[in-house]
Structure formats: C-alpha cells, structure tokens
Design a protein around this ligand. Structure first.
Ligand code: HCA
Ligand code: CU
Length: 395
C-alpha cells in the first residue's frame, strides 16, 4: 500500500467525459499541472483516434516532463506502431475479455486475443514476433514500457483471464492491468481478484475502477491492500459515464493511509488549482461535497463540533486542511451553533465580549435562525449591532 504509483488518465479516460474537449494548448497545460503535482505517469488518448490526437501525443511526449508519458491503445499491431512513432515512454495495451465484449464488441476468441497480445508485446519488446514485419521493426522501441490490460476484467472468465495474464507476464510486460469497466465491482471482489493475480504474475499490477456504484476510491484502496502497485485516476474523476477514481479523492484517502509517502511524493497544495484548471476546461463546477476541495469539505457547523474543533481540530477532522494549503471554517449561521463558535467569530471580528455576552448574542442568533436561513453576513451584523448596543450600555 505504501509505495503506490499514480497513472493519471485525465488526458485519456478524462477525454471520454461527455463534456471534454481539450485543444493542444489545454492538454499541454493540464499535462504540465499534473507533472508539477507529481503524478508518476500521464496517460494520453490513442494517437490513432485522430490526426490531432497523434500530434498532441507527440508534443506532450517531447515536453521533457518528469512524469512518464503513456498512450492507451487497442491491443493491435497498427496501434502499437503508431504509439511508438509518437515517442511515448510506454504503451498501455487493452482488449476486452468479458463475453459481452467478445460477443458484442471485437468478436475475438480468447485464443485470438492471446495470439495478438503476444505478437504486439513481442514487437514492443523488440524480440522477434511470430510474423516479423519489416517496417515495424525499424522503429526503436527498446525502452518502451509495456502494460497489458483486459477490459471488463471482473466479468471475464477467471481461468481464461489468469492464463492470458500468465502468458503476457512471461512475454515480458512491465505491468498487467485489470479494469472494472462497468463500475460494478465491490471491494471484496477486487481483493480476491488482485490477490489471486498477485500469485500468478511477477510484474506490477495496475487497477482501473469506474465509479458507477460509487466504489471507485474504496476499490482502489483495496486493490493496493491486495498487492496492486499502480492506480488509474483522473482529475475530478472525469471519464466515460460518471467516470473513474478521482485523483483528489484518492490522494485524500492515501494521505490518511500512507501519510509520509503521499505527502513527500505529491504536491498536495496544488490539488485545488489542478482541479480548477480541469473543471474550467470541461465547463463543470467542483462538486460541493468533493473530497478536500468541495466548498464545505472543511466547514464545521454543529455547536458541539465547533467547540471541539476549536480545542483540537483532529477531534472532527481526519485530514488537516493545511496539508492541501486550505483552511477550515466554522459556520455560526444556524440554530445548531454554539457559543464557543460564536465567541471565536467575535474574536475574528475584533469584538471583545464576556462569555455571558457571547451567550446572550448566541441566543439572538438562534432565535433569528429559527425564523429564516441565515447567511454569514447576517450573523456578523447581529454580532456587530449587539456589540455596539452593549458598548452604549456600558458607557
Ligand atoms: C474503456 C477502456 C477502459 C480501459 C482501462 C484500462 C476501461 O472502456 O474505455 O486500460 O485498464 O474502463 O475498461 O477505460
Ligand atoms: Cu475506463
């Protein structure tokens, strides 16, 4: 769990989000921001998708970023060749293995899948494939990392799947990947599959989780517990349908599980700017309840909570907002507030009051809050006018 790596797929899975359109400039901006955040890998859309996809892939691969640049392609010789031409550091091969995908998508049998996979891997590994083709072998792909992944792994036949992975592992891939393409896996299913796979292959294990049933982050964490090494994320979780493991939510999880590693490896204070950049690029808002960066992620409201937070924030906070360069906020604009919270707000406003006075004004705030919803400005003006009146009284 401790030394996990992030494969950041905003520029691949994220481009499959319905609202995403990234021009070259935006892609480069996002790639630089991800690199500065410290992700280990940046995965890009298949260069075969369109002429611009190829050019953008080439451009990002030549930026000289610290992160390794990957592209995600179908497990097919033409795609692999194009990927290497684009100058990437690694190629993520994928093919569907569930009966759904074999029947309704590419129509290949497991034998055909295995055969093609071994050919493509052999080509990428520069060893002689079963059918060496002159042109392909002129391209230098000596140092290209190779990952092989099955789409819809959780609805694939386990025996077939393990046999396939064993074959590609022996063929020398750097990683195998499993994908919950439809987002239906539970943490227990993830644990079992990753654990079993861990016993079958020597190489690293990457995991990719869709979030259709809200389990993407939990599944990612469980995958690490079971022996997976790499997790796929996208900024704000954007992707096909409702997306995949969100980078921010995942690092929130991991900063609690593996604080030293997570804090030393990733520039967590850049998360908010990174999310804002991507949110603007795809014209969405950061969700109100987003981990860490949602507007209320560090807002405390109930009087009992506020009192304890003021005494020791860890009482009601698992993550210190400072780690992400953020601050906590205590809301006093409600009937459930308490006088400790109100006192702290009065102090912030520079209004000196005794405890009894604070208790009196707290009662006023509660009275008002029973009548209508209050905004912070309302409570501030209740505090200010109370302060002025009491100053007259004591004059
Ligand atoms: C998709 C492909 C993929 C691939 C995941 C992987 C998935 O269906 O668009 O390469 O590991 O979710 O299966 O994103
Ligand atoms: Cu996916």
């Amino acid at each position: 769990v401790r030394r996990y790596k992030i494969i950041e797929s905003t520029l691949r899975e994220g481009e499959q989000f319905v609202g995403a359109f990234f021009n070259t400039e935006t892609k480069i901006k996002i790639a630089r921001a991800l690199d500065s955040f410290g992700v280990d890998y940046i995965e890009l859309t298949n260069p075969c998708s369109s002429p611009a996809s190829f050019e953008d892939c080439k451009a990002i691969a030549s930026l000289g970023l610290k992160a390794k640049i990957l592209t995600h392609v179908r497990c097919h010789m033409d795609d692999a060749k194009r990927a290497v031409e684009a100058g990437v550091d690694g190629v993520d091969l994928v093919i569907g293995t569930s009966s759904f995908l074999r029947q309704y998508s590419h129509g290949k049998s497991m034998e055909m899948i295995t055969k093609t996979a071994l050919e493509v891997i052999a080509y990428l590994r520069r060893s002689v494939g079963p059918q060496p083709i002159h042109d392909w072998r002129q391209i230098n792909c000596q140092n290209v990392e190779v990952r092989f992944s099955s789409e819809d792994s959780f609805r694939s036949d386990l025996v077939d799947l393990l046999a396939l992975y064993k074959a590609v592992d022996n063929a020398g891939v750097d990683r195998v990947g499993i994908a919950d393409t439809v987002g239906g896996a539970t943490p227990r299913m993830v644990y079992d599959l990753v654990r079993t796979l861990r016993g079958v292959v020597k190489c690293d294990i990457e995991c990719h989780f869709h979030n259709d049933t809200g389990c993407a982050v939990a599944n990612s964490h469980t995958a690490l517990e079971a022996g997976s090494t790499h997790i796929d994320t996208s900024v704000l979780g954007i992707g096909e349908r409702n997306g995949i493991t969100s980078l921010g939510a995942f690092v929130a999880r991991m900063v609690v599980t593996a604080p030293e590693y997570t804090q030393s490896k990733y520039n967590l204070t850049e998360l908010k700017a990174l999310e804002t950049l991507v949110a603007e690029a795809v014209e969405i808002n950061i969700p109100f309840n987003n981990c860490v960066t949602g507007f209320c992620a560090f807002t405390h409201k109930a009087g009992i909570h506020a009192k304890a937070i003021l005494a020791n924030p860890s009482t009601y906070e698992i993550i210190d907002p400072k780690i992400f360069g953020l601050t906590r906020y205590i809301s006093i604009a409600s009937r459930i507030t308490g006088w400790n919270a109100v006192k702290s707000r009065a102090d912030q406003l520079g209004l000196t009051m005794t405890d009894d006075e604070v208790k009196e004004v707290t009662a006023k705030i509660k009275q008002m809050a029973d009548i209508r919803p209050l905004a912070i400005d309302d409570t501030d003006s209740i505090l200010r006018s109370f302060y002025i009146k009491k100053s007259y009284r004591t004059m």
